[in-house]
Design a protein. Structure first.
Length: 328
């Protein structure tokens, strides 16, 4: 009697197509189900023709597949490494400044530190300070649109005592804004230290009025041209410490801006006039000495190009006036 082991060995000694067919036959024998002709593969060869000797090796089933990949693989060029020390990048900074920024906590500077940071070592280099001294036109007001051909208008500048300093009138509707340079008959009318308010007044055919007020302004330092000279005028109450011969902290930025104007006129004469009451003659002289020391320290200036005097307050008030040639 042939055992199941002998049956399996017989069927596994065939070629690759016979192995598949033999597997079907073996499964059929194990399950006890007769193998029908329809169940057998149509391409199964005759077992008697495909059997090999017991010791013959089975045929190789290795298959080589060739093809071409069609996927697009993006190639990106990476930037160069950025591991340079920051000290090498900021090599032009002052000695010790870069290390301080890198190692210490960054803090906000107060006003005095900001002033120190913009003061250059050179006595002739223009300061990078962006403060500008106010100049004409000193008043500019946006005018609201008014309809009607019979409307008259008046543009008025009043001071803090409600006195009219300047008045302009007209019949035709004005443009989008009104402005005034502060002069009347080639003479400056406004003064430092006082507040001024612009206002626009409309008057219709029935004598009804409508007033519009602009923003009040007050200047502690101004510059203006008069009689061929450029005047830089400071309010003494803001320029100096109270009853002192020292500059106030609030005026330092305007002093730096005034120095820039003087540097553009190197080689021309300057004049400083301190307007103080005669009773304060000793204090006024100290303030003149302060100006002389300040100008000689910050500018390359000769004594013969610098004139410092004191006068009693005029209609300009208690001011310090720095005068120079308007167009060098």
């Amino acid at each position: 009697m042939m055992t199941l082991r002998h049956l399996l060995q017989r069927f596994w000694r065939v070629t690759a197509p016979a192995v598949v067919g033999g597997g079907i036959v073996a499964l059929s024998l194990l399950s006890g189900t007769p193998l029908r002709a329809a169940d057998a593969p149509s391409n199964t060869p005759d077992p008697s023709q495909t059997q090999t000797a017991p010791d013959a090796p089975a045929e190789s089933l290795d298959v080589t597949i060739t093809g071409r990949a069609k996927d697009d693989v993006p190639i990106q060029k990476l930037p160069p490494p950025t591991d340079l020390p920051l000290q090498d990048v900021l090599a032009l900074s002052p000695e010790g400044q870069t290390e301080t920024i890198l190692r210490q906590q960054v803090q906000h500077m107060d006003y005095n530190d900001k002033i120190k940071s913009i003061v250059t070592l050179s006595r002739q280099t223009l300061s990078p300070e962006m403060t500008r001294i106010p100049q004409a036109p000193f008043f500019r007001m946006t005018i609201p649109a008014v309809t009607g051909s019979d409307v008259k208008w008046e543009f008025r500048i009043v001071n803090q005592s409600n006195e009219t300093v300047k008045s302009l009138t007209g019949d035709a509707a004005p443009t989008a804004f009104m402005e005034w340079d502060g002069f009347t008959n080639s003479e400056l009318q406004i003064r430092v230290g006082q507040a001024y308010t612009p206002m626009m007044i409309y008057i219709d055919a029935m004598a009804r009025t409508q007033k519009y007020y602009g923003d009040a302004v007050q200047y502690d330092t101004i510059q203006y041209e008069q009689d061929g000279l450029l005047h830089v005028e400071f309010n003494n109450d803001r320029l100096y410490e109270k009853e002192s011969a020292e500059f106030s902290k609030d005026a330092l930025s305007y002093l730096e801006a005034a120095l820039d104007l003087l540097r553009l006129r190197m080689g021309t004469p300057y004049r400083v006039i301190v307007y103080d009451p005669p009773a304060a003659a000793a204090l006024t002289q100290k303030r003149l000495d302060l100006w002389k020391k300040f100008l000689k320290k910050r500018l390359l200036i000769r004594d013969e190009d610098m004139t410092l005097t004191t006068e009693a307050p005029s209609k300009r008030g208690r001011v310090t006036s720095l005068m120079m040639i308007a167009h060098p």
